[in-house]
Ligand binder design. Structure first.
Ligand code: NAG
Ligand code: NAG
Ligand code: NAG
Ligand code: NAG
Length: 435
């Protein structure tokens, strides 16, 4: 147990200043986090169910995280709150700031608002003072602290006693502040019971997962990205172990025509017509499938073209999101790109062109071979492909993706508590500690 922990502010890996220095004596107990007023106590806790000892700690942490708005691009407050919380728990915590505010954010940010990942390198543990010099962490436990808009306030159903069935709602209650809270409590539980060595685990809570993945990309290229044996990513998987997720390609298909009077179509060339024919072929095409991930699917999310009903359209564009189920992480995009190119060529190679946004990837495999877990395949993107290295990836977390970005984002206390136990099992599995 370290008697003093430090909160370092890191920019591009270099320590600039010691921002917080605080003495603490009981790092594994719930303490009032620094800098945030404590929220009201729950009035009634159920005594009839076998509540885990950490229920209140878990619910308080979850509530604090949700109560701080953190739409992607505006994560500064939640990051510094979380860093203070982890510091108050006795963890050596630092902020790792990404280079710039997320570009094209609609948010107006103060120039001083650095966007920072929260990194815990060496976890406090009862035995760490007796152990030799800290070694490289073997497992990374990570989730994200940004959320999609709009902000929805925290709410907990208090019509009855707080028990496993109690519903908790609010933006981020599932995606992914539930994972963040459950991961922290799981690690603290394992440390308190001496089941893991604090040096074995690194905690990482990133910004920007819902947009460009810039938080994880920034961590990935930093010196903190050690040779992890495994990385456990927290995302809503209904507490099932995900065998992976589909890849993604964001593609803009453009058609170039020639304007003219609509009464004399032969004088021009309609970009909207060419694009429409191509899009129908794309929607009818088979872009491949796999047993694990199902079909590749195409969403034509946006189409624009032309200027007026009586003018032959000179330009038209369609923006597609393709969820790739074929090939592997590196070949998936190429397979789909070739098929798409062929369709455009067959339709009108001269008029049509396409542009792939950077950052696409094929299907991502995760390890789902751990005793005691149901498995699932998911269709959404994650930060898994944004962490470079040879580690084994696990994807697991509480709550359902089906409500995650909606107005009704919510989960039950049971889901959070099951996730704590799930993370404990996964961490011990990776570290080969007996259950
Ligand atoms: C940014 O986050 C802060 C703190 O969570 C919040 O008070 C503020 O309203 C947010 N700003 C915007 C534009 O959402
Ligand atoms: C940001 O917006 C500009 C102008 O709209 C665009 O050119 C650029 O590609 C965008 N950048 C990203 C990362 O989306
Ligand atoms: C995949 O697409 C085929 C053909 O459209 C369809 O028959 C099948 O049900 C789809 N499979 C899944 C898992 O959606
Ligand atoms: C993807 O498949 C290609 C060809 O089958 C193979 O060369 C490559 O190593 C694979 N990449 C990954 C990341 O599995």
């Amino acid at each position: 147990m370290k008697s003093l922990s430090r909160l370092l502010l890191l920019v591009g890996g270099a320590a600039l200043t010691t921002a917080v220095s605080r003495r603490h004596h009981k790092p594994l107990q719930q303490q009032h986090p620094l800098g945030v007023s404590s929220l009201p106590e729950y009035s009634r806790y159920s005594t009839s169910d076998a509540a885990p000892s950490y229920r209140k700690t878990l619910l308080d942490l979850h509530r604090n995280l949700i109560s701080i708005p953190s739409v992607s691009g505006n994560e500064t407050t939640v990051a510094s709150w979380l860093a203070d919380y982890l510091t108050s728990q006795g963890h050596t915590t630092s902020l790792q700031c990404v280079d710039s505010p997320s570009s094209n954010s609609t948010m107006v940010l103060a120039k001083s608002s650095l966007r920072c990942n929260v990194v815990v390198r060496s976890l406090s543990s009862q035995s760490s003072s007796a152990s030799p010099a800290p070694h490289l962490a073997r497992v990374l436990v990570s989730s994200h602290i940004d959320v999609v808009p709009p902000y929805i306030p925290y709410a907990i159903d208090t019509s009855d006693e707080i028990g496993p069935d109690t519903l908790i709602s609010g933006r981020g209650s599932v995606d992914a502040k539930a994972s963040v809270a459950a991961q922290i409590v799981a690690v603290d539980q394992l440390l308190a019971s001496n089941e893991i060595d604090g040096d074995d685990v690194m905690l990482l809570f990133v910004v920007g997962e819902e947009t460009t993945g810039d938080g994880m990309l920034s961590f990935s290229s930093s010196s903190d990205n050690q040779k992890f044996e495994a990385a456990i990513f927290g995302e809503p998987t209904e507490n099932k172990l995900a065998c992976g997720h589909k890849g993604i390609g964001l593609v803009t298909v453009s058609a170039q025509g020639k304007a003219g009077h609509s009464g004399y179509p032969w004088l021009g060339k309609s970009a909207t017509e060419v694009l429409a024919r191509a899009i129908v072929k794309i929607l009818d095409a088979d872009f491949g499938c796999s047993d694990r991930f199902g079909n590749t699917t195409v969403n034509v999310g946006r189409m624009e073209g032309g200027v007026a009903a009586n003018v032959i359209a000179r330009d038209a564009v369609a923006r597609l999101a393709i969820r790739i189920a074929t090939g592997n992480r590196t070949t998936g995009v190429e397979i789909v790109r070739e098929k798409l190119e062929k369709i455009l060529e067959e339709t009108d190679g001269e008029a049509l062109s396409m542009e792939w946004l950077p950052g696409g990837y094929g299907p991502i495999e995760c390890n789902c071979d751990v005793d005691g877990f149901e498995t699932i395949g998911v269709n959404y993107g994650t930060d898994v492909p944004h962490l470079s290295g040879d580690h084994v990836s696990y994807l697991y977390g509480p709550g359902s993706i089906l409500v995650a970005h909606g107005d009704d984002e919510a989960l039950r206390v049971r889901d959070l508590e099951t996730a704590v136990e799930g993370y404990k099992t996964l961490i011990k599995h990776v570290l080969k500690k007996a259950d």
